[in-house]
Structures are given as structure tokens and as C-alpha cells.
Design a protein around this ligand. Structure first.
Ligand SMILES: Nc1ncnc2c1ncn2[C@@H]1O[C@H](COP(=O)(O)OP(=O)(O)O)[C@@H](O)[C@H]1O
Ligand SMILES: [Mg+2]
Length: 176
């Protein structure tokens, strides 16, 4: 049964793992079902809410706390807030989880080699060439979730399959 409450759906994963792609499809699927949905994509947040922040540990943490803060405001008011940022640090994700009543974590799991071969934004090539420092997965850590509600294996699942898994979990948990 649907709780009628909002929920924060928190995607995490390496750059190029598929967070933006899956979260957009999920957003569309939920809008079609007439839910109120807001997508907070890391790349877009960094051009406004977190404009000026860099990629040091401190700035990454501030960025994630801001996204978590807004997701909480939305989801406690009945909105499905979907976030799609790398969010590389486990303890920060877990702190955000602890601050939000309804929270579902989706680990977009693709091997680094796959993300790197996709190189959607050409960033891995730049990181390998030393033109970008502190790139997650290359010379900055990514700490995978240990207890994500959903894991999407995007090297062997289609986008539709990942979206279907996510929807099934939201249904199972009674959020939709
Ligand atoms: N099963 C899949 N799920 C998600 N993305 C996939 C999948 N297979 C291939 N891709 C591709 O991988 C890329 C993922 O990029 P993007 O969604 O921007 O990643 P992120 O937001 O995590 O950096 C896209 O080009 C997408 O088309
Ligand atoms: Mg993205």
C-alpha cells in the first residue's frame, strides 16, 4: 500500500556509471504515475546551489550535505526527491540517510573500466593525463555502499531493467 509520504531516492556511483541516465528515466516513470517528483542531479546542483565548490573532501562533503538538506525538505513534504550525485563517501551518505525519514539508496554499480571506456564527458581521459586532479575512481576514493536498497549493474542490465528494479523496491517499501 502507498504511504502517501515522500521519499528520497539517493543514487550513488562512479562518474559514467549511469546515475543521470537511470534517474531521468525513473523520474519520467514516476511522473507518468502522477507522483510529485524533483530530480537533483549533481552536475546541475554544482552550477547553482553549490556553485563555487570544488572537489576537495571538504567541498564534496558540503555539496552532499546541501543536496541532502534540499532532498529532506522536499521528501518530508510529500515529494519524491531523486538525487544523482557521485557522493563518494560512505559516512556522509549514511549521515544524510540518518537525517531523512524515508530514504532509499540505489548503488549504480559499474566497474571502473566500463565507466572509463564510456567516458561520457571525457573526464577520465583528462584525469589519466593528469589534467584533472582528485577524480573519483582515479586518484580520489569511491566507497561503495554496504547496504544499498537497490544495486543496478549497468554493465549487464538495461536502463529499463534498472528502473524496473528501483520501482519494484519503492513499491515493496510502500512509498509508491
Ligand atoms: N544499463 C545502463 N544504465 C545506465 N547507463 C547506461 C547503461 N548502459 C549504457 N549506459 C550509458 O552509460 C552512460 C552513463 O552516463 P551518465 O548517466 O551520465 O552517468 P553518471 O550520471 O553516473 O555520470 C550513458 O552514456 C548511458 O547511455
Ligand atoms: Mg550524472
Amino acid at each position: 500500500m502507498t504511504s502517501g509520504e515522500g521519499v528520497t531516492v539517493w543514487f550513488t556511483g562512479l562518474s559514467g556509471s549511469g546515475k543521470t541516465t537511470i534517474s531521468r528515466e525513473l523520474e519520467q516513470a514516476l511522473l507518468e504515475r502522477k507522483f510529485k517528483v524533483e530530480l537533483l542531479d549533481g552536475d546541475i546542483i554544482r552550477t547553482n546551489l553549490s556553485k563555487g565548490l570544488g572537489f576537495s573532501k571538504e567541498d564534496r562533503d558540503i555539496n552532499i550535505h546541501r543536496i541532502g538538506f534540499v532532498a529532506n525538505l522536499l521528501s518530508r513534504n510529500g515529494v519524491i526527491a531523486i538525487t544523482a550525485a557521485i557522493s563518494p563517501y560512505r559516512n556522509v551518505r549514511d549521515r544524510v540517510r540518518a537525517s531523512i525519514k524515508n530514504f532509499v539508496e540505489i548503488y549504480v554499480n559499474a566497474p571502473l573500466e566500463v565507466c572509463e571506456s564510456r567516458d561520457v564527458k571525457g573526464m577520465y581521459a583528462k584525469a589519466r593525463a593528469g589534467e584533472i586532479k582528485g577524480f573519483t575512481g582515479i586518484d580520489d576514493p569511491y566507497e561503495p555502499p554496504l547496504n544499498a536498497e537497490v544495486v543496478c549493474y549497468t554493465d549487464r542490465e538495461t536502463v529499463s531493467e534498472s528502473v524496473a528494479k528501483s520501482i519494484a523496491k519503492l513499491e515493496e517499501l510502500g512509498y509508491i
